[in-house]
Design a protein around this ligand. Sequence first.
Ligand SMILES: Cc1cc2nc3c(=O)[nH]c(=O)nc-3n(C[C@H](O)[C@H](O)[C@H](O)COP(=O)(O)O)c2cc1C
Length: 325
Amino acid sequence: MFLDLSYKYLIKKILFLFPPEMAHALIENFLYFMPNFLFINKFDKSTEITLFGEKMPSPIGIAAGLDKNCKSSSKYLSMGFGFSVVGTVMKNPREGNPKPRVIRLIDEKSLLNSLSFPSDGAMIILKRLKRLKKVKNRIIVSVSGLNEDEIIENISVFKDHCFGFEINISSPNTEDLKKFINPESVESIISKARNITDSPILIKLPRVEDYNIYENILKTISKFNKIGIVIANTKPISDSRLKVGKGGKSGAPLINETLKILKYLRPKFKDSVIICSGGVSNFQDTRKLLEAGANAIQLYTALIYEGPGLARKINMKLKNSRLLS
Ligand SMILES: Cc1cc2nc3c(=O)[nH]c(=O)nc-3n(C[C@H](O)[C@H](O)[C@H](O)COP(=O)(O)O)c2cc1C
């Protein structure tokens, strides 16, 4: 409660005086050096879910991008998030697009970004991940690459150190990924990944208008064990304030579309693991997605606007609602 109020009336106001990437770096470094017990959170059994046969203490997770370099996931887990997606990790260190590349749209509780995978690179991130042994089974590593081999190499680097993988072929900011968004490429990547690991694999898909793309990929992946999808990444958008002129919009404006995609897919793919990402800001959004059949939920932008008490608040209402029991 104290943390929530300080975030709303003080910390957020100070952070929002800085450009978004600088504010992010400040928080990231703060969290990196803070002891976990400061955020201590007790999960209730009633918010537990089962994902690919394993228990997670809450269906609300951290979406990829917030902890790109594995510096703050253990703190997010201590704040009440059930799991955290680290990355997207690239094999080699990478700068990403020129700045400005993140903009706040405060009135819409939204962000625009055109980052294109800045990354410390797989080996540095692996070193940090190895320190998270205790929470290893709540960490998903988001991997991508400029070609199939890079994706597969990344999977082999992290395979013994996380719960599973999210293969990111969804960023609107990285042209090279478009070639992977078809059933043949997805099948080829999964087949190669399955030669290295039996861990759960999620394919994170872009936000597209043609839902046949989702259907065809879901049909393909249902041949494999422990494979699911994440729908979807940010909404592609042009904006001259971004140096590269276009990027992806995230946050509250995406929720209706995320729900629409889920409601279209769930009746056709009753047993597939479908995780939703896009626009979840509160318990109501969480409830709607879970009732429509989401296996879990990931969020990013709402944490920036609502602060560190968000997962705890959603968990509390989930517990009282008995939605998961
Ligand atoms: C600044 C920023 C960076 C992101 N970086 C990544 C990334 O590296 N990999 C990825 O799969 N998604 C990335 N995303 C997308 C988020 O994981 C998420 O899918 C999207 O923001 C929608 O969720 P939200 O509305 O809760 O933010 C990023 C989003 C933002 C705002």
